[in-house]
Design a protein around this ligand. Sequence first.
Ligand code: SF4
Ligand code: SF4
Ligand code: SF4
Length: 323
Amino acid sequence: MKKISPELLRDSIQCAMTLFCIWVGYRFYLFYQWMIGNSDVAVTKPGAVEGFLPISSLLSLKQLFTKGIFDEVHPAGLTIFIAVLVMSLIMRKGFCGYLCPVGFIHNLLNKIGRKIGKTVTVKGKIEFGMLIPKYIALAFFVITVFKMGGRELQAFIRSPYNFTAEAKMMLFFTDMSITAALVVGTILALGIFIPYFWCRFLCPYGALLGILAKVSPIAIKREEDKCISCGKCNKACPGGIEVDRKQTINSPECVGCTQCINACPVDGCLNVTDRLSRVKLPWYVIAAGSLVILLVYYAAAKFTNHWDSPYPLEMLRKYYMMM
Ligand code: SF4
Ligand code: SF4
Ligand code: SF4
């Protein structure tokens, strides 16, 4: 029987999560069609679709902190957002490494790039310059949300725009304009040649998670005395990290994917380690921990009625018809 390697585990979880997201998207499409009167088949809204609204969730999080109000427009979105933030604080960027479907698409694009031998390594000052845009985008969102007063926040959260945000997101993909298709196509094409192009250089969500992951107690450690300086870990790393130059990898680019461990030919040279106690952990702990955190938050939200929106469907239908 084939031994489960870090690569196989990661590919399997990413694939399963992506299939799940496609199913969620399809269910939401059916729900939308029913809501706008194009179908007679009643479908319940899959709450997980709200996980694709991190900006709305960031506003809801501020409302939760400042007013103590848990968002009732996209409660599942806020639950997923909090789970992902907590995940990053504990399990590094486990969300990026295993759960995000865009990360899986980039994983596949990277495999294509390697197969055809056309990947480009972005290093040094060019890498530094290319990393800046995602932090600028993140700063823009955070400052905008920070500046919003209580009334503005409430007005946005209860606006028809916010109520219909996931439908707008779906229509962006189903009725894509030529300009949008060109932009998305270019980003995907670049992902073949520049590994994880969107994730590494443009995604503000990933930038936020990377900053939070800096305090995570879990990190990859390299045993210098065992290392043979073969550089295989560097080539395997989706974060473009020079693993063979560090003792502990605490970069905001590390997604905890353990592909460096997968590539390393020396047993026990790279390990997932608890930085506080220096105890070596099983290599699959980030994958397992990330999944457990997500499921615990989902179960807690379901159990405490913080998953499904209590707003009447007729209200949502009215907003959908106005779009
Ligand atoms: S960087 Fe962004 S798109 Fe990439 S895996 Fe992370 S959250 Fe998803
Ligand atoms: S350092 Fe290792 S665990 Fe971190 S992103 Fe690179 S390959 Fe993945
Ligand atoms: S793959 Fe392992 S042995 Fe090779 S450079 Fe990286 S840490 Fe050292």
